[in-house]
Ligand binder design. Structure first.
Ligand code: SF4
Length: 402
């Protein structure tokens, strides 16, 4: 009984909070709010390579690269990518291996595979014509609500909202939203808020979301820039914030507590092995199946240690399952710690010798025997790049020792 009453009370509280947020969104003078933000943005926006020549291709590429990745990391990748694939036709015509190679080290490789697939859809099935609506853009591989909103508003100046980590933080603070933005209902309310604040009509006076255009694209970008430069996760710079006079968190001194965070469970940990198998001066590398995690990338074959297994037992089993050969496990090369979004691993790499059998692609996409000097032609995940670094160091040491 008590529990049921508690649940009911929580539901009432949530509805009240939703009402309060909606009311406060209406109480903000929208055009003065936008104006303060845009004046600040026009004076303070960073010069970033994707902010010039706003073609849908450049906006899309930068938005895909910026997901989960810092601006400074993205800049050289973005520039290299455009040198190699200056147009969407060049990208669509390229082999996936070349795309993954340019993405090497950037992580979240599904983005690169989706980019390639979507380029082929636009070029081959839509004759180079981009969908302009959020709904149309979301039919393309790898384009979700955020990316669709960003392309529609920044490239086509459609009045579509965006909601990334920066916008969530700014909105949670400006409207003092004291609920977890990871909750689906809160997330939806934030989308509604981001939409309610947009300039009402499609303006496009300055063309595709450029500074000075005053349209949805410029507004979205300004809100994201404010989150990146002023309303930062820690120590927000409220004293110089153009939205300070509208900000409920600042008024109530809540800015350091918002957005609310639920405690993350500690990440699970796995031990993983990798075999550096040598034959006649060549190394055996395997390509991960396209459908899975890190699909299409190359690696030193191996896998996850099962309960009760030693590292060498794990390697012998994995290599038999994946490539159908027997190996002898030799000395350890290196151990690498790495954290992914949902788990972390320790990767143990070993020197190995082929004992019997001819490799076959049983549970891998492909395999190759390559010289050390040829490794750079293939795209590897960050962990395997570190194994390659260790191999190079060892071979330099050995050469010096002779
Ligand atoms: S006043 Fe402070 S908390 Fe509010 S939006 Fe500006 S920087 Fe963020």
């Amino acid at each position: 009984m008590q529990e049921a009453r508690g649940k009911k009370q929580k539901a009432v509280d949530k509805t009240r909070e939703t009402d309060r947020i909606q009311r406060s969104a209406f109480h903000i003078p929208h055009s003065a709010f936008r104006n303060s933000l845009l004046v600040w943005f026009r004076a303070n926006a960073r010069d970033l390579p994707w902010r010039t020549d706003r073609t849908p291709y450049r906006v899309w590429l930068s938005e895909m690269m910026l997901q989960q990745t810092q601006v400074e990391t993205v800049i050289p990748y973005f520039e290299r990518f455009l040198v190699r694939f200056p147009t969407i036709d060049d990208l669509a015509a390229a082999p996936i291996g070349a795309v993954l190679k340019l993405w090497e080290g950037l992580g979240y490789y599904a983005r690169a595979r989706n980019l390639h697939k979507a380029a082929q859809v636009i070029v081959n099935e839509r004759h180079g014509e981009w969908p302009r609506s959020v709904e149309g853009l979301m039919t393309l591989p790898g384009i979700g609500r955020y990316t669709a909103g960003a392309i529609a508003s920044l490239a086509f100046d459609v009045a579509a909202p965006v909601l990334d980590g920066n916008v969530i933080r700014v909105l949670c603070r400006v409207f003092a939203i004291e609920r977890d933005p990871k909750e689906a209902q809160v997330r939806e309310e934030l989308w509604q808020l981001a939409g309610a604040l947009l300039p009402l009509s499609q303006r496009g006076r300055g063309g595709r979301g450029v500074r000075g255009g005053g349209g949805a694209g410029e507004f979205n970008e300004a809100l994201m820039e404010l989150g990146a430069l002023i309303c930062t996760p820690r120590n927000p710079k409220c004293a110089v914030c153009p939205l300070a006079k509208y900000c409920a968190a600042k008024k109530r001194n809540l800015q350091d507590r918002l957005p609310l965070k639920t405690k993350r469970k500690p990440l699970s940990h796995f031990d993983v092995t990798a075999a550096v198998i040598r034959k006649n001066g060549r190394l055996l590398i395997a390509q991960r199946p396209f459908g899975g995690r890190l699909g299409g990338l190359w690696e030193f074959p191996g896998g996850k240690v099962e309960s009760g297994e030693t590292l060498p037992q794990c390697l012998r089993r994995e290599i038999k399952e994946e490539l159908g050969v027997r190996i002898k496990v030799g000395e350890p090369i290196t151990s690498i710690e790495h954290a992914y979004t949902h788990f972390k691993i320790t990767l143990h790499a070993f020197e190995c010798e082929l004992v019997s059998g001819q490799p076959q692609a049983l549970q891998v996409q492909d395999f190759k025997w390559v010289r050390m000097s040829e490794l750079e032609k293939y795209a590897f995940a960050r962990t395997d790049l570190r194994i390659i670094e260790s191999l190079k160091k060892r071979s330099t040491k050995n050469t010096k020792g002779h």
